[in-house]
Design a protein around this ligand. Structure first.
Ligand SMILES: [Zn+2]
Length: 257
C-alpha cells in the first residue's frame, strides 16, 4: 500500500515549548514521523505547561495563566511543511474560553487521580462548556471515572467527547464499557497506547466509526502505534477510517467562525 494514501492523521500527540523534560517540540515530532505517512496531527500542550500536576492543592496564579497562554498560543503558530497541525486548547480552572480562536480544533481536558481538581461546580465551567458546544469543538477528556461519567452523562450534553487510550486512564476500557459510555453516539475513542485485544473488542462491540489512531507522542512512538493498528489486519475500509477518515469526519463538524 502506498504509505501516503489514504491520509494518516495522529489524533493524540503532545507538543510543547516550555517543558523541556521530554523532547516534545514540533521538530521532534516531525523527526519521529519521518517515513510513516502521517500527514496530520492533533497537538495538545504538555500537562506541565498548564498546571502543577505534582501539587494536589495547587492554586492558580497569574504566572501559570501566562504559561498556559504561551503554551496554547504556541500550538496555533505551528505551520510545518507537509504536516497539518490541529491545535487543541488545553483548558484549566480559569476556563479561559475567551482565548479560543477559529484556529482551535478541539479542547484538551485532563487530570489524573491525586492532581488538582477541575472546579465543575464553578459557573464558569458551565459557561465554558456552552462556548465549546457553540463552536462544536470535540473534547479529549482524560479524567477519573466518576468525573468522566458525570461529564459525559450531564455536563457535556451535545458535545463530542473523545476518551483517550481506549479508557486506559479514565478507569479502564471495561469500566467505560460497564458504564455504557462507548455505546453513546457522542463518545469517541483513540487507540494511543491501548492494547490490540482492547482495540479488537472495541471494534467488535461498537464498530469502527468513532475510533481514531493516536500515538501519545512523546510517551508513545508514532511508528510503533501505527504499526499496531496495521498489524490488526483490518478490512481496508475500517483501517482507513481509524487512521484518518474518522478524524476528518470529527473535524468536519467544527464551526470555524
Ligand atoms: Zn497523551
Amino acid at each position: 500500500m502506498n504509505p501516503d494514501f489514504p491520509p494518516i492523521i495522529d489524533a493524540h500527540a503532545h507538543c510543547g515549548v516550555l517543558d523541556k523534560s521530554w523532547p516534545q517540540s514540533c521538530e521532534d515530532y516531525e523527526r519521529h514521523i519521518d517515513g510513516t505517512g502521517i500527514h496530520g496531527v492533533a497537538f495538545f500542550s504538555p500537562v506541565y505547561e498548564i498546571y502543577d500536576r505534582y501539587d494536589a492543592h495547587f492554586a492558580d496564579t497569574p504566572a501559570w495563566q501566562a504559561r498556559r497562554r504561551q503554551s496554547n498560543t504556541h500550538l496555533l503558530s505551528l505551520n510545518p511543511a507537509g504536516l497539518s497541525v490541529f491545535p487543541y486548547f488545553f483548558i484549566w480552572n480559569d476556563f479561559a474560553v475567551e482565548q479560543l480562536t477559529p484556529g482551535h480544533r478541539g479542547i484538551k481536558w485532563h487530570r489524573h487521580p491525586g492532581e488538582p481538581k477541575y472546579h465543575y461546580d464553578d459557573p464558569r465551567c458551565l459557561a465554558a462548556l456552552d462556548e465549546i458546544r457553540r463552536r462544536r469543538l470535540p473534547v479529549v477528556l482524560e479524567e477519573e471515572l466518576e468525573h468522566t461519567v458525570r461529564f459525559i452523562g450531564g455536563l457535556a450534553q451535545g458535545i463530542r467527547v473523545i476518551i483517550p487510550h481506549l479508557g486506559g486512564l479514565n478507569g479502564g476500557f471495561r469500566a467505560i464499557s460497564a458504564a455504557g459510555l462507548w455505546d453513546l453516539d457522542h463518545v469517541w475513542a483513540d487507540t494511543a497506547l491501548a492494547s490490540r485485544a482492547e482495540i479488537r473488542e472495541y471494534l467488535q462491540r461498537y464498530g469502527h466509526r468513532r475510533l481514531m489512531f493516536g500515538s501519545d507522542f512523546p510517551f508513545g512512538e508514532p511508528a510503533e502505534e501505527l504499526h499496531k493498528i496495521r498489524s490488526l489486519n483490518l478490512d481496508d475500509q475500517v483501517e482507513t477510517a481509524i487512521l484518518g477518515g474518522n478524524f476528518k469526519r470529527l473535524q468536519a463538524a467544527v464551526d470555524h467562525r
